[in-house]
Design a protein around this ligand. Sequence first.
Ligand code: PMM
Length: 268
Amino acid sequence: MTPQVFAILNVTPDSFSDGGQFSSVDEAVARGIELRQQGADIVDVGGESTRPGAERVDPAEEQERVIPVITGLVAAGVPVSVDTMNASTAFAAAEAGASVINDVSGGLADPEMYRVVAQTQRLYIAMHWRGHSTSMDDLATYDDVVIDVRNELKSRLAEMFVWGVEREQVVLDPGLGFAKNAAHNWQLLGRLDELQSLGHPLLIGASRKRFLADVLPDDATTADRDLPTAVVSAFAAQAGAWGLRVHDVPSTRAALGVVDAWKNGRSA
Ligand code: PMM
């Protein structure tokens, strides 16, 4: 099955890859509609940067950023996911029509999150996470990154089920770049099958991340990372990933077109 393409719409003043580009609600909504037209299945709206070293944003301010954009996109018929670690923002977004709650902390940042997920019955993306952006680079120590991430995701699952979250609601994500160095990220990508054995769909967020610079010349820009991102999209699709979270939709769509044609002997 072709993976779901989640298009990133960061409405933060400081996101590393598209920082400050969308200054008004109308511009952000227009960009979300454009992403959908380019072939995104869903637009992932986030109002708090998780860039290494980023400071926390107050949930009220986060909601001021994301809720009007979500409302506008839902009114335009665009499926929306909310990228938040805050239960109150997840709840408000669900009320505004978001169909997915994407939580980079996997429920660790807010003790109320699982209750909101159970209550709103939205699809829930639980990412592997060890701590906030200010501290995460110090937390990148593992015996075996794939086994450790798998075990930590497994404990998250056990905990969320206690709160009444349903199995069918949960998508898992290895959290590339979050308390992980480049080698950790590549090992997780190369061994996705071990994470898949947890029995949940997997979402992969590699787009434009720092570790992709490994395969590019030293003077490459952030936008140059769209090519390796698209290649990762293809391999991840081949490995059975359920979803891909990307900035540049056309290049990932092209990559997925290749995977599909490769399997079927012709393009759709
Ligand atoms: N990465 C970022 C933000 N949100 N959500 C999920 N599920 N998985 C990720 O890997 C992920 C995420 C950070 O990247 P950005 O600042 O470019 O959005």
